[in-house]
Ligand binder design. Structure first.
Ligand code: GDP
Length: 301
C-alpha cells in the first residue's frame, strides 16, 4: 500500500503520474478538507472533488477545479436571476456536489465520498482528512477573511499576516492507512493550507515517524509554482524555499524531492533530511508526471 497526502492542485498532478505506475487498488489518498464549506446551497469539498475527478480522468487540468469540458448553464441562469455565485460551478461538477450534499443528510463526509468514488469507478481509497468542518481565517492587512473570499474575491492579493485554523478529529482509517503503507508520499501541495491541516490531526505525525516518508517540494527557488503558498509561508515566518519545506517536515521526513534548479540547496538540505533527490519537478505533461512518480517510487515498488 502507498499513501499520498493531497491538496487540490500540485499533488493531483502527481497522482496522474502515480496512477500510471501503481495499481490503483494499492493506493490510499488522504485529502485536505480545511476549505470545505457550503456555497450556492451545496457542499463544496474542492480538494476531494479534484482528487475524485483526477482519479476518474475527468478533471479540468487547466484550472484543477471542476470537470473537463463542463457547461455553465446553471451558473449563468443564477446570475440572470440575480444570484451570482462566488464559486463558478459547472453543471456536471454541480451534480456531484448536489449528490454529496444529499448523501451527507444520512452519511458522514467520508462515507459519502466512498459512495461517490465507487460510482466513478475509482479503485483507490480516498479518505477526507476529517468528517468535521474546519474554521479557517486568513488574517490580512484588510482584515480577517474567509479562505474563499481571500482566494477568489480578493484574488489572493491582500498582504497576509497570519493563517489560523481550528483543530479537527481525523476521519477513521487514516492512522491505519499510514501504518500499513510501504511509504507515504507528501505531494507538492500547499504546506500551510493543504498539508499542515493533515499533519495537525491527532496521531498523524507520530505515525509518519514510523513510516518511510517522501515529500516533493512545492517551492522552486524562492516561490511557489502556483497559488498563495509562498505568501502563507512568509506570513508564518517560514523560509520560502525547499529548505523551509524540509524544516516543516524534518521530524518525520526521510527523502525530499527538489527541483533541479535548486541543486545549490543540496548541502543545506542534507543537514536537515537524510536523502535529497534532485530532478525536474515541474509537471506540465504526462511524461513529466510519470517520470517524477517513477523517481519517487524507485526502490519502493
Ligand atoms: P490547492 O489545494 O489548490 O492549494 O492545491 P495544492 O495544495 O495541492 O497545491 C498547491 C501547490 O502546488 C502550490 O504550492 C504549488 O507551488 C504546487 N505546484 C503546483 N504545480 C506544481 C508542479 O508542477 N511542480 C511542483 N513542484 N509544485 C507544483
Amino acid at each position: 500500500m502507498i499513501t499520498v497526502l493531497s491538496g487540490g492542485t500540485g499533488t493531483p498532478k502527481l497522482l496522474q503520474g502515480i496512477k500510471e505506475i501503481v495499481d490503483p487498488k494499492d493506493l490510499t489518498i488522504i485529502v485536505n478538507t480545511l476549505e470545505n464549506d457550503y456555497f450556492s446551497g451545496v457542499y463544496v469539498s474542492a480538494d476531494i472533488d479534484t482528487v475524485l475527478y483526477t482519479m476518474s480522468d475527468i478533471i479540468n487540468d487547466e484550472t484543477w477545479y471542476g470537470v473537463k469540458n463542463d457547461t455553465f448553464t446553471t451558473h449563468e441562469r443564477l446570475e440572470e436571476l440575480g444570484s451570482p455565485e462566488l464559486l463558478r460551478i459547472g453543471d456536471i461538477d454541480r451534480a456531484t456536489k448536489i449528490q454529496k450534499t444529499l448523501l451527507m443528510q444520512n452519511h458522514s463526509l467520508q462515507e459519502s465520498v466512498d459512495i461517490q468514488r465507487q460510482h466513478m469507478g475509482i479503485d483507490s481509497k480516498i479518505i477526507p482528512m476529517s468528517n468535521e468542518n474546519s474554521d479557517i481565517k486568513i488574517i490580512t492587512d484588510i482584515g480577517e477573511l474567509d479562505f474563499h473570499d481571500f482566494l477568489i474575491k480578493h484574488a489572493s492579493q491582500p498582504e497576509v499576516l497570519d493563517v489560523k485554523f481550528s483543530k479537527v478529529k481525523p476521519a477513521s482509517g487514516i492512522i491505519e492507512a499510514i501504518n500499513n503503507s510501504k511509504c507515504v508520499i507528501i505531494g507538492p501541495s500547499n504546506p500551510i493550507t493543504s498539508i499542515s491541516p493533515i499533519l495537525s490531526l491527532d496521531g498523524v505525525r507520530d505515525a509518519l515517524k514510523n513510516t518511510h516518508v517522501i515529500a516533493v517540494s512545492p517551492i522552486i527557488g524562492n516561490d511557489s509554482v502556483s497559488g498563495p503558498a509562498s505568501k502563507f509561508m512568509k506570513a508564518l515566518g517560514i523560509e520560502v524555499s525547499s529548505v523551509g519545506i524540509a524544516k516543516l517536515y524534518e521530524d518525520f521526513l526521510d527523502n525530499i524531492v527538489i527541483d533541479q534548479k535548486d541543486i545549490a540547496m543540496k548541502d543545506k538540505l542534507n543537514d536537515i533530511i537524510n536523502k535529497v533527490t534532485i530532478t525536474n519537478t515541474i509537471m506540465n505533461n504526462l511524461d513529466a508526471k510519470k517520470n517524477l512518480a517513477k523517481i519517487i517510487l524507485e526502490g519502493i515498488l
